[in-house]
Design a protein around this ligand. Structure first.
Ligand SMILES: CC(C)(COP(=O)(O)OP(=O)(O)OC[C@H]1O[C@@H](n2cnc3c(N)ncnc32)[C@H](O)[C@@H]1OP(=O)(O)O)[C@@H](O)C(=O)NCCC(=O)NCCS
Length: 250
């Protein structure tokens, strides 16, 4: 008896070889209309335990709004500087998915260095090699733009991310400058500056030393915290005066 026609299995590689049947999703530049979806993916990664409670949902929503505002700003500033719609110096890459992006990565070129400012993969799509593919694409683009290095900041306790960067060839060469630190880092989470040198396998010792950021001291952290606190108080006073001027009884 003839066997029924069996579906043909095509072997589509995913980069890791762990999912032989899954076709490779497309990596492409995000359109302005997709900024909200990218921001919500990044917010999901920044507030990982946010989906369960109402407070968590609000935190995620607020984070998504903040991220979207900063994405729009960076995209517009990049394009504005070059006087065109899309920018050479700024790129928001995404991995296509059926219901929105599966992964997002944000690249900015600053002189000879390409900076990777955000990278996140949807929780349900992790360990499929998507982040590694995005990093390889980043490195190709950096080489095309004749950058000498790709650089990023990552929390030392983010093991998935540090393992990923190490596996692609990045090495920690210093610490994130105190002005770039988020509040939780100022309060004790160490954040390292990592780099993949594109000119030679091992970073030239002298240039690494010249570029390396020193570890922030307690005095640096204290000074930065006080500065931010003063700024918040000042902002609060200005806003409350404006509010009173607009709505106060005359
Ligand atoms: C970090 C992150 C981007 C990795 O994305 P991913 O698509 O799952 O990573 P990949 O599948 O490409 O993994 C590549 C390598 O990274 C390392 N890695 C990834 N996830 C890991 C984990 N949970 N634990 C340890 N190593 C991990 C491994 O070396 C892995 O190689 P292997 O699968 O051959 O062992 C993802 O976990 C994420 O979005 N996290 C939240 C956001 C974040 O922390 N972003 C980085 C900010 S700097």
């Amino acid at each position: 008896m003839a066997l029924p026609n069996m579906p043909r299995t095509t072997r589509c590689c995913t980069g890791t070889g762990r999912h032989p049947m899954r076709p490779l999703p497309l990596i492409r530049e995000a359109q302005p209309s997709e900024l909200r979806a990218c921001a919500s993916l990044l917010a999901e990664a920044l507030v990982p335990n946010g989906g369960e409670t109402s407070l968590g949902k609000v935190r995620r929503l607020l984070m998504a709004i903040l991220v979207e505002i900063s994405l729009v700003q960076r995209m517009m500033i990049g394009a504005f500087h070059e006087g065109r719609r899309s920018s050479q110096n700024y790129q928001l890459l995404l991995v296509d998915g059926n219901s929105g992006p599966q992964a997002v990565c944000e690249l900015q070129t600053d002189g000879n260095t390409m900076k990777l400012s955000s990278l996140a993969v949807r929780a349900s799509c992790r360990r499929r090699g998507l982040a590694r593919r995005l990093l390889r694409r980043t490195v190709r683009r950096a080489k095309k733009l004749r950058c000498q290095a790709v650089q990023l900041d990552v929390y030392e306790d983010n093991v998935p991310a540090t393992d990923l960067y190490r596996s692609v060839g990045f090495r920690r060469f210093g610490w994130t400058p105190v002005v770039n630190l988020e509040l939780e880092a100022l309060l004790g989470r160490t954040c390292g500056r990592w780099r993949l040198n594109l000119l030679s396998e091992e970073m030239d010792a002298d240039s690494a030393l010249a570029d390396a950021e020193a570890a922030p001291t307690l005095a640096d952290l204290g000074a930065e915290l006080s500065k931010r606190l003063l700024y918040q108080v000042f902002l609060g006073m200005v806003l409350s005066s404006l509010f009173q001027a607009a709505f106060g009884q005359g």
